[in-house]
Design a protein around this ligand. Structure first.
Ligand code: ADP
Ligand code: MG
Length: 308
């Protein structure tokens, strides 16, 4: 993997003395959609702000495209487009003027063809002469993305792009993000919607209380997702799993009344039929049974619980 962003031993302590980021190490591959998933207050915005050079690291180093974000701020920042969590969209300006002006802020020469392409890609072209304040919420968000793309960044940060956005608009936003990735932009989005990380990301980092507690390709997480659990309520009580059943990796509850069995839904054989017949042969009688799908949500909740 060739990294476009490299974060090494990053910590951030706010003036108040609060440690918002604690020794973060993170590599983000070129061309990926990386989702930073974590509950409110986890440190997502702080991490983005330090990578974008808006907040200073207390310790550690960050490079974007090989440029140190502190020592080589201008070069690093030129590679970055940022759509902040809080949108300021009460502007009387037109879409075209706003997006063009934003490009100028980066010292880039005018390029109407690029601005036109960005507006068309974001389905804003027919509103280019509209004042921003007259647009719908979804369009305003797209204008903010257009602004962030005006100077042709290689990396785009979207801080909670769909927080408070209804389901339909959210799906529209996902399409926009995928199209941006196809055009070669690396995308880092933060979200507290598990579903969004699951749907969009190539790679997922889970952050909680200022620490990265997991970074994994979505495919790897899907493998965990592919696991199902069968819970068997016993008619009687069991002291231990009989050795004859060791093969199944069963778990016996503390009260001895429930056995759980994890199996892979994508395997050709789940092993449930043979488990049930082996249980019968061992004289274990089942009262009730049900299955549970482990979801990214379960994984997330158990990770967050473990790290607190
Ligand atoms: N300027 C600040 N000064 C002190 N504490 C802050 C400041 N900004 C954020 N925090 C605290 O840092 C933690 C992480 O905040 P933030 O990065 O905004 O989390 P997230 O984006 O994941 O919701 C929170 O506990 C928040 O209250
Ligand atoms: Mg935030």
């Amino acid at each position: 993997m060739s990294s476009v962003i490299s974060v090494v031993n990053l910590s951030k302590v706010y003036g108040s003395g609060f440690t918002a980021l604690n020794n973060i190490n993170l590599e983000i591959g070129r061309g990926q959609i990386f989702a930073l998933l974590g509950p409110n207050g986890a440190g997502k915005t702080t991490l983005i702000s330090t990578i974008c050079g808006i907040a200073n690291p207390t310790a550690g180093h960050i490079t974007v495209g090989g440029h140190d974000v502190v020592n080589d701020y201008r070069a690093a920042r030129a590679m970055i487009g940022l759509v902040p969590q809080e949108l300021h969209t009460d502007s009387f300006e037109t879409v075209w003027a706003t997006v063009s002006f934003s490009r100028g802020l980066f010292g880039k020469p005018k390029n109407p063809a690029h601005i036109e392409k960005v507006l068309k890609d974001l389905s804003l072209w027919d509103r280019k002469d509209s004042r921003i304040m007259t647009l719908s919420g979804g369009m305003k968000r797209r204008v903010m993305i257009a602004k962030a793309l005006s100077h042709e960044p290689k990396v785009l940060f979207l801080d909670e792009p769909t927080a408070g956005v209804d389901v339909e608009l959210r799906k529209g936003m996902w399409e926009v993000v995928r199209a941006l990735q196809a055009s070669g932009v690396t995308i880092i989005l933060t979200t507290h919607y598990i579903e969004e990380a699951e749907e969009m990301a190539d790679r997922i980092g889970v952050i909680n209380k200022g620490e990265i507690i997991l970074v994994e390709d979505k495919a790897g997480l899907m493998q965990k997702l592919g696991k199902k659990r069968l819970a068997l309520q016993l008619q009687g009580k069991l002291d231990a799993i009989p050795p004859a059943l060791a093969l199944y990796g069963l778990h016996l509850s503390e009260d001895g009344r429930e056995i759980t069995y994890d199996y892979d839904t994508r395997g050709e054989r789940t092993g449930i039929a043979s488990l049930l017949s082996d249980l019968r042969n061992a004289g274990i009688r089942i009262g009730d049974l049900h299955t549970e799908q482990s979801s990214l949500e379960d994984i997330f909740v158990s990770l967050v619980r473990k790290s607190s």
